[in-house]
Design a protein around this ligand. Structure first.
Ligand SMILES: *[C@@H]1O[C@H](CO)[C@@H](O)[C@H](O)[C@H]1NC(C)=O
Ligand SMILES: [Zn+2]
Length: 301
């Protein structure tokens, strides 16, 4: 990795029309199940979903010389999170897109830098992928093992001015991935989100949220993470993402997990035409095709 340039471009004042990456999914041309499901994306979107640097991937780091002993990458330092501790001017909306739950930022200036990223990135939205069972749901896997849920914080590189332009560059977006596991205790940091889910049961519905400090939604340890170069995990699968997946999962309660599983999908049952539960909205791991997975910690498998 080339050394980070010092002095990030000062941010331009932008009135961003935040076009959610997932917004198009409501009543969209792709789904997770059926004949427009994950296995058909590469035929439906051949330009990108059939590419060679797709996401997600299995994150088992590989060291051919010594597979049991991974080396920490010294370039992967600590992240700098700006305005993640609760700023008053943040306006957040939580939406059921029919294929995910998306929390979008209508205003507020949350930024990510450091962490081996050579620029400053602005937060656009976060969303979730989850399973019908605790044994599936995450997009990335570790040694083939899934977590029940994965959150993606989507940011774009401010040096490219806007999301549309950023999608043209390999370092256009940085997505932070957070694994979840299900435990016994209620996680009050997710109160605002899980309490709002019953209000957005149907696809297309949304609700305004009280500001949530974003750092409370991340694992307490953000120093330990995986890094690789990949794509959006939904069509158009654009290969413009620097991926970070934090090593340590966040724990939520069974009831909180069930609140996600109770939502309605935009996909319909073929026989009854009734709404299906919004579950299993994840893409399985894609081939690495020689890409390297770096780790910010000293690892042993
Ligand atoms: C996005 O940024 C590019 C490059 O600066 C610019 O040409 C384009 O007009 C911008 N698009 C929007 C929608 O603001
Ligand atoms: Zn995602």
């Amino acid at each position: 990795m080339e050394a980070c340039k010092t002095g990030c471009m000062s941010a331009l004042l932008m009135s961003l029309t935040i076009s959610l990456l997932i917004r198009t999914s409501y009543g969209s041309s792709w789904t997770y199940r059926g004949d427009r499901g994950v296995n058909h994306w590469s035929a439906l979107f051949p330009e990108s979903c059939a590419g060679r640097s797709q996401s997600p991937v299995d994150l088992t780091p590989r060291n051919p010389r010594n597979p049991r002993n991974m080396r920490k990458n010294r370039q992967l330092g600590n992240f700098i999170f700006t305005n993640f501790n609760g700023v008053s001017d943040v306006v957040q909306q939580l939406s059921n897109t029919g294929l995910s739950v998306v929390m979008s930022y209508q205003s507020g200036d949350l930024r990510v830098s450091g962490g081996g990223l050579c620029s400053e990135f602005k937060v656009l939205q976060l969303h979730f992928h989850w399973g019908s069972l605790d044994t599936q749901g995450s997009e990335h896997t570790i040694c083939g093992e899934s977590y029940p849920m994965e959150m993606h914080v989507v940011t774009f590189n401010l040096k490219y001015d806007n999301l549309t332009n950023a999608l043209n560059y390999a370092d256009g977006l940085a997505v932070l991935g957070v694994f979840f596991k299900v435990g016994n205790s209620w996680n009050s940091n997710f109160d605002t989100i899980t309490n709002a889910l019953p209000s957005i049961m149907t696809p297309g519905s949304s609700i305004q949220l009280d500001p949530i400090p974003l750092d409370q939604l991340l694992p307490s340890n953000t120093k330990h993470y995986y890094r690789y170069q990949g794509s959006l995990t939904t069509p158009p699968c654009t290969e413009a993402v620097i991926w970070t997946v934090f090593r340590d999962p966040v724990t939520i309660s069974y009831d909180q997990m069930e609140a996600f599983r109770a939502l309605q999908s935009s996909e319909r049952d073929e026989k009854s035409n009734g709404p299906l539960p919004l579950v299993d909205n994840y893409r399985p791991p894609q081939p690495l095709n020689g890409r390297k997975i770096k780790i910010s910690f000293k690892g042993r498998q």
